[in-house]
Design a binder for this molecule. Structure first.
Ligand SMILES: Nc1ncnc2c1ncn2[C@@H]1O[C@H](COP(=O)(O)OP(=O)(O)OP(=O)(O)O)[C@@H](O)[C@H]1O
Length: 254
């Protein structure tokens, strides 16, 4: 059973700036839920709240029975929430395989990444993790570049490596921060396919924050729209697309 994510009346302030004001929405288990909005709407702030980076001034975030808003990032990761970053946060000189192995670090018992003692149990554990990493790489169509240093890969492929690394943590909830930002049409299409197959095959709940409304319309089950820190719409892509407040917010944005 996968838990529901509930954002309940959340406000965040930075001094006099109110970045989020009384924002509420629910993410149903095993769905793809998009949070969209123009520049400065509060998307990144919300994302940082969901991953334990920012504290809320008011409200709650619950994942099942657990209060996410009271946790630190490592604790959020520990209950099965993995995230990607808007700017790629991979180790450029390491291979895809090595970066993905780093994504499994907290699942290892013997901490082989720090250089273990070479015991048989460590070698067995390492083999098991390596097999799962290879599986996830294949799943996201990264088999051909498995041993390539990440820095040598095109931008769109690096973004898929980021998603794969987050998956290597075996999350129940995957947070994708602008997964197609800066991508061309072909790369965007491949990323959308990858996100769809993650949800389909792995039964993971996915929340993605995205600036580009067009991209999420064909992908998301449900969309929450923010503008100036407030929720201005929440519904299916069709409902949201024809909402006058949403049209106004996007037309008004440059
Ligand atoms: N660390 C911070 N300190 C002060 N103000 C901040 C901070 N982070 C965000 N803000 C402000 O909060 C508001 C929401 O910003 P946020 O970055 O969450 O929006 P966004 O929707 O992610 O925008 P973008 O699409 O441009 O990334 C903005 O007015 C921004 O200037």
């Amino acid at each position: 059973m996968i838990d529901r994510l509930e954002v309940d009346d959340v406000s965040v302030r930075f001094g006099a700036v109110v970045a989020l004001q009384g924002v509420s929405f629910t993410v149903e288990p095993s769905t793809i839920h998009a949070v969209i909005g123009p520049n400065g709407a509060g998307k990144s702030t919300l994302f940082n709240v969901l991953s334990g980076v920012y504290r809320v001034a008011a409200g709650q975030v619950r994942f099942g029975e657990v209060r996410l808003d009271r946790m630190r990032p490592f604790q959020v990761a520990g209950i099965g929430v993995a995230r990607t970053f808007q700017n790629i946060a991979l180790s450029a000189h390491r291979t895809v395989a090595q970066n993905l192995m780093l994504g499994r670090h907290h699942l290892t018992r013997t901490g082989f990444l720090g250089g273990g003692l070479g015991l048989p149990s460590e070698r067995r554990e390492r083999r098991e993790h390596a097999a799962r990493v290879a599986e996830i790489a294949e799943f996201l169509d990264l088999g051909d570049v498995f041993t390539t240093p990440v820095g040598e890969l095109p931008y769109g492929v690096q973004k898929r490596v980021e998603a794969a690394r987050a998956l290597c943590a075996e999350p129940r909830l995957l947070l994708l921060d602008e997964p197609v930002a800066g991508m061309n049409a072909d790369e965007t299409h491949r990323m959308a396919d990858a996100i769809r197959s993650i949800r389909g095959a792995l039964d993971i709940t996915i929340v993605l924050v995205e600036h580009d409304m067009g991209m999420v319309m064909a992908l998301a089950d449900r969309v929450t729209v923010l503008d100036f820190g407030r929720r201005i719409a929440d519904g299916t892509p069709d409902e949201v697309q024809s909402d006058p407040d949403v049209i106004r917010a996007y037309l008004g944005a440059t």
